[in-house]
Design a protein around this ligand. Structure first.
Ligand SMILES: Nc1ncnc2c1ncn2[C@@H]1O[C@H](COP(=O)(O)OP(=O)(O)O)[C@@H](O)[C@H]1O
Ligand SMILES: [Mg+2]
Length: 280
């Protein structure tokens, strides 16, 4: 089983109607690693993920999976290698959790083939990993936002693809469930070598969990690379138009961004810094 799939965008231009959202983008997703995409609202993160997963055809350029153009691959074949959890997925009305998660197995089933024991195992493992097994018989409509989000993640896991794209997988989740989902994706990456690309809203979670950080600014690539080199005060200013202080996260050793707004900023000149106070 090879898990070092290469996913690249070459000279990619995408948009809707007359509007170009991303222009001439070149991108390389490191195989077998975790990549996080960050950027301001409406800069084109979801549009990029949709295009990388074949839902949106490029105006110009290509998205290549293992050197093949994804927009020319049959949907089912692509779906056995590459899975997408969209930002706002819509569940069929009245569907149960178990049935929705089971749909993740569709790409693996052939015409006339029966549901297999392997499908059962994949669904059970996905429910288990996302702590949604106790919801299996419930209707998806009646779940809380956080429960529903975990069920969608279970569906993506059940698909068992070697490349997994997730658009804001931690939306609606409280902080402990956010950490749980990101830890789970990290395990998946470590245990199976799954290549993971996720759009994350939270810069600090992105910097902590990603091996490779991509900062998008208004339709083009601002910076890409190791979070420690990408997440700087200049980057936050350029991408979000926000002043900030970037310090070393005492928990992870990764960069930690502290925003500077107009209020609640102490007068740092008036007080000695902790390191200076210790010396005097
Ligand atoms: N289906 C669509 N039709 C037309 N415009 C869209 C559509 N989806 C998104 N857009 C526009 O494309 C731009 C990028 O959107 P999106 O990729 O969703 O941003 P992000 O995920 O970074 O917040 C926005 O200006 C948005 O209004
Ligand atoms: Mg989005």
């Amino acid at each position: 089983m090879t898990t070092d799939h290469t996913l690249t965008a070459e000279n990619l231009t995408i948009g809707y109607g007359d509007r170009v959202v991303i222009e001439n983008l070149d991108l390389l997703v490191p195989p077998g690693r975790i990549t996080a995409i960050v950027g301001a609202n409406a800069c084109g993160k979801s549009t990029l993920l949709r295009s990388m997963s074949r839902l949106l055809a490029p105006r110009a350029g290509h998205v290549l999976l293992d050197g093949r153009e994804v927009h020319r691959m049959p949907a089912k074949e692509l779906a056995r290698t590459l899975g997408l959890l969209p930002q706002s997925p819509i569940a069929p009305e009245g569907i149960t959790v178990a049935d929705l998660v089971g749909r993740g197995r569709n790409p693996h089933q052939r015409i006339l083939s029966r549901w297999s024991r392997q499908d059962d195992l994949a669904v059970a493992a996905a429910l288990d990993a996302t702590h949604t097994a106790e919801l299996a018989d419930r209707s998806v409509d009646e779940l809380s936002g956080g429960q529903r989000q975990r069920v969608w993640i279970a569906m993506a896991l059940a698909q068992q693809t070697e490349v997994l794209l997730l658009d804001e997988p931690t939306t609606f989740l409280d902080v402990s469930h956010q950490v749980e989902v990101l830890d789970l994706l990290t395990d998946l990456n470590a245990d199976r070598g799954t290549t993971i690309v996720m759009v994350l809203h939270d810069l600090n979670m992105a910097a902590r969990y990603a091996d490779h950080l991509i900062a998008l600014a208004a339709g083009s690539l601002h910076a890409a690379g190791d979070p420690a080199t990408v997440l700087t005060e200049d980057c936050v200013r350029a991408v979000f138009g926000l002043d900030s202080q970037v310090i070393v996260d005492p928990v992870s050793g990764k960069p930690l961004m502290l925003p500077i707004g107009r209020h609640h900023v102490r007068d740092q000149a008036a007080e000695p810094r902790a390191d200076q106070a210790a010396q005097s």
